[in-house]
Each structure stands twice: as C-alpha cells, then as structure tokens.
Design a binder for this molecule. Structure first.
Ligand code: AHR
Length: 504
C-alpha cells in the first residue's frame, strides 16, 4: 500500500455527461431449483413463517426490499434436465425425479404456476429459462404457449385448468443455460447450440412476438472457448435475440485482498471484450439492430465449494453452496454494481445469483432468516440508482495490487434522474488501512440538498453476519456532508461503501 494517512481525492460530476439510461433490469435476481433456494428458502410449507401457499413471508418481505425487477428461473444447471410439465397440475400427481445436475431429489411441488405467484408477491417480472440440454425446441415453444397464449389451445387450456385463465405475459426468456460448459447436461458446441437456439427462438417468437430472448454466452471469461463461443453463437442467432448472457463468480482464493478489492477491473474487461464481440458481429452481419448484454449470473462464490462426487447425495433440498459473505465480499458486490452503471450503455440485465440460501444475500433456517453483508449494497443500489448513469471523473491516489498493477483507492459511479432531480453517488474505498477525504464537485449545477448518506464499513474484511450476530455488517446512516457552493467534502473510512442521496 503506497497510500498515506492524508489521502485526498476529487470526484467531478456533470449532469450533461451521461453514459446511458440505467436499465432497471440491472437489479434482477436468479432463483434455481438447487440446494435450499426454492425448497426451504422461498417455499417451505413446514415453516412457521409460511403463508397459505407455502411461501416464506419473512423471505418475501426481505426480497421485496431488494426490489428485484426480474427473476431468472428455474436454473442454472438444473434447467438443462428439467421437464417443465412435471411442475404443473395437481401437486399429488407431480413426479419425483432425480435431478442429475445437483444429484438431488426434485419433488416438483414448486413449478411454473407457483413461480408466477411468487413473482407477483415480490413484484418482479419472471425471466423464464427453456431447456436447451435435454429439451427440444418444441418443449420450449410449448412453455411459451403455456405462459403467454390466450385460452383455446392445448397448453393455454392446461394453464386455465390449473387455475390461470389469463396469460402470464412472460416477457424475458433465456435460451438455455451455460451450454458452452462440458458440465452442462446436453452440452453443445457453439455452432450446434447456435443452430438449436435459433430454431427455438423462431418458434417461441411465433407464439408471442413481444418476448425478449437471451442467448447463452460464455460461462465465464476463463473458458477455453471464450470469446469464440460468443462470436459463433451470436452469428447464428443475431437476428433472433435481444441479449447475450455472461456469467461470472468472483473469489479471493489466494487471500490477496488488495487484488480482490480491485476486481472491478476484471469485470470491466469482461464487459469490454463481449461488447467488442457484439460490435464485430453487428458489423459483419451489416445489421442495424442491437443486442445487449445480460449478466444473468454474478456474485462472489469461492468458499462454499461443491465436491462433484457428493453434491446433493440424492436428498431433497440439500445444503449446497451456502456461502457466508463478509465485508470484503460486500465491497466487491458494490464495485460490481458500480460497473453496471459505468457499462450501462451495453449492459441491460444483471441477475444476482442467487436469492436465498444458495450463494445468496439471505440465509434461512426453518424458524429464522439472516441478511448477509451483500444484502446491503444491493439494496442501496436497487433503490437509488435511477435515471441515467453519469460519466464520473475520479482523481484518487493509487495502491499496488499483484493482479492489476496500480489501482485507484476509490471505485465510483453515479446516477441522475432528470425528472426528479435525484442524484446518487456510490463510492467504494478499497484501502484496508486508510481513509480518503473526497471532495465532490458538481460541475454544472450546485446541489440543493444531500439528504442522506448510507454506509457499509468495518475494520475486519473477514467480518460476517451470523444468526447469533446478525448486525456485524449492515448499512448505517452517517452524517451527510455539508454543501459548500457546488462541492461537498466527506471522509470515507477504509474498507467502506458509501452512497449519497443528493437533490440537484
Ligand atoms: O448458480 C450456481 C450454478 O452456477 C448455476 O446452476 C450454473 O449456471 C452456474 O455454473
């Protein structure tokens, strides 16, 4: 660390310097039939907190606070072996199956109609996946008919018979999951996937022209086939899709917190590469249409590993990858969301993976619920980042990292909503030891008020919440800085995330 105790930084904002409108779908989630995400997490009729439909009321309330704009479902690797018709109709007639992806028992007591009811409860748009592993393009089209067609034909009538006469109008659809991965059930080569996805997309759109489709991109930037997979799949499907997916799980495997806390550099480079791939394919196809990025699995995941020979050991709702999140993880999540704003011109969907128990902001026991450290930065961004992203100019001292060279101590983004005048400034101090005194300059107008300042901070990067001590890492209100002309100065502590609510 080359920083000193008297670190000074400046941030310049100008409401004319806009990157792009912020897509609300950047604040979306992902719930898979995996471990205890659906069963015992979202749906647990045996819990004292269950409502009449078996949904956990305490979990619903916590998810509502996160304000997910869309929810991706039902997987994940689970999707590639899932027969969606197993999960509809009378519950006592639904089959129990061996889920090969997670080596677990799937009871099918929660399926498409239960998911739609859940989405309504948490006020989120469903984002359905179709099985491109064992599933056929006909299965995919049938599911669109089940969800979106008016009554009068087989699958729409099945929906009505199951108590839902009106179509659900599902707008967002994923064409499979991580089909580039050899671990995926029914894994395909890029051209095979491209051909299948294109034909599925055509049939799905013929059922409903208004749907928006997400193509499978690379499972992560370390795949040997990255980014060639992306180019090939996009060339097959450019005219049929609206989004191209990216997945990434971050971790501090070497316990090198200086590098870990600079990971936004890696996130940005992943987006930049795929953004370049999108431009290349668009140019090659002489196309006028756009395809955007959907970062539909992202989170920290490295502590709760999964021995592939054990996985769920053929049990129901096994405890799988119940990652415990600490302060430094929360600061990585905050930087990730800074990247979403800084890349909002190309990134339009992002789904936090996952929502409950499985690498999740919320953990449950049958009786209790815990909000983990990462819950708080997500909640703050989801609430405050509205309008457009501003192109922020930051001058901050640098520190040394083994992975990324010299990196600035601060990672910053900002949003501005011209209609309401609401401006937010999001600041991560990556230093593990030093505070930074930051002067923010609003270059084109003086702020009228800084109404609130929220902070997630601590002295121990490994500190985490537990059921016994649930408030180790939470968001607290701190004194907002005073406005002096068109500037304001605040000191952000080491290992901190601060968000300012400003009225311009
Ligand atoms: O989110 C856990 C798993 O990670 C998902 O099922 C899969 O898509 C990814 O590899």
């Amino acid at each position: 660390m080359t920083a000193t105790q008297s670190n000074q930084a400046t941030i310049h904002l100008d409401t004319n310097r806009v990157i792009s409108p912020i897509s609300p779908l950047l604040f979306s989630g992902f719930s898979e039939h995996m471990g205890r995400c659906i069963y015992e997490g979202i749906y647990d009729p045996a819990s004292p907190h269950a409502d009449a439909n078996g949904l956990r009321k305490d979990v619903l309330a916590a998810l509502r606070e996160l304000n997910f704009r869309a929810m991706r479902y039902p997987g994940g690797n689970f999707l590639s072996g899932y027969r969606w018709e197993d999960g509809i109709g009378p519950r006592d007639q639904r089959p129990r199956r061996r889920d090969l992806a997670w080596q677990s028992i799937e009871t099918n007591q929660f399926g498409t109609d239960e998911f739609m009811a859940f989405c309504q409860e948490v006020n989120t748009a469903p984002m359905m996946g179709v099985n491109m592993g064992t599933g056929t393009i006909q299965d995919a089209a049938n599911l669109v008919e089940y969800c979106n067609a008016p009554v009068g034909t087989l699958y729409a009538d099945k929906r009505a018979a199951n108590g839902h006469k009106d179509p659900y109008g599902v707008k967002y659809w994923c064409l499979g999951n991580e089909m580039d991965g050899p671990w995926q059930i029914g894994h395909l080569e890029a051209a095979e996937y491209g051909a299948k996805a294109r034909e599925a997309a055509k049939m799905m759109r013929w059922h409903d022209k208004s749907i928006e489709l997400v193509l499978c991109g690379s499972s992560n930037s370390r795949m040997a086939t990255y980014p060639e997979w992306d180019r090939v799949a996009l060339e097959w499907c450019w005219d049929q899709v609206d989004y191209h997916s990216m997945h990434y799980y971050a971790g501090n495997r070497d316990n090198d917190s200086a590098s870990y806390l600079a990971l936004s550099a890696e996130f940005e480079s992943f987006v930049d590469t795929l953004s370049g791939t999108l431009r290349y394919v668009k140019a090659k196809q002489r196309s006028k249409k756009e395809v955007y990025l959907s970062w539909d699995e992202w989170n920290v995941w490295y502590k709760a590993t999964l021995p592939t020979d054990v996985q769920g050991s053929w049990t129901q709702a096994p405890h799988l990858i119940e990652e415990v999140y600490n302060l430094e993880d929360a600061l990585v999540v905050a930087q990730w969301m800074n990247v979403f704003l800084r890349k909002s011109d190309v990134l339009k969907i992002a789904c936090l993976a996952q929502t409950v128990n499985v690498i999740a902001p919320i953990l449950t026991t049958r009786e209790a619920m815990l909000k983990q450290s990462i819950y708080y930065p997500f909640m703050i961004f989801s609430k405050l980042a509205v309008g457009s992203a501003l192109d922020v100019l930051v001058r901050a001292p640098h520190y040394k990292t083994a992975h990324f060279g010299d990196m600035p101590l601060l990672d910053v983004s900002s949003s501005y909503d011209a209609t309401s005048g609401q401006n937010a400034v999001f600041i991560v101090n990556r230093s593990q030891t030093d505070s930074v005194t930051v002067t923010i300059h609003w270059d084109d107008r003086a702020p009228k008020q800084i109404s609130a300042a929220h902070q997630v901070a601590g002295t121990d990067p490994k500190a985490a919440n537990s059921f016994e001590k649930p408030n180790q890492i939470v968001a607290v209100s701190v004194a907002p800085p005073k406005i002096e002309g068109s500037s304001a100065t605040l000191t952000v502590p080491p290992l901190s995330f601060t968000a300012l609510e400003v009225r311009l």
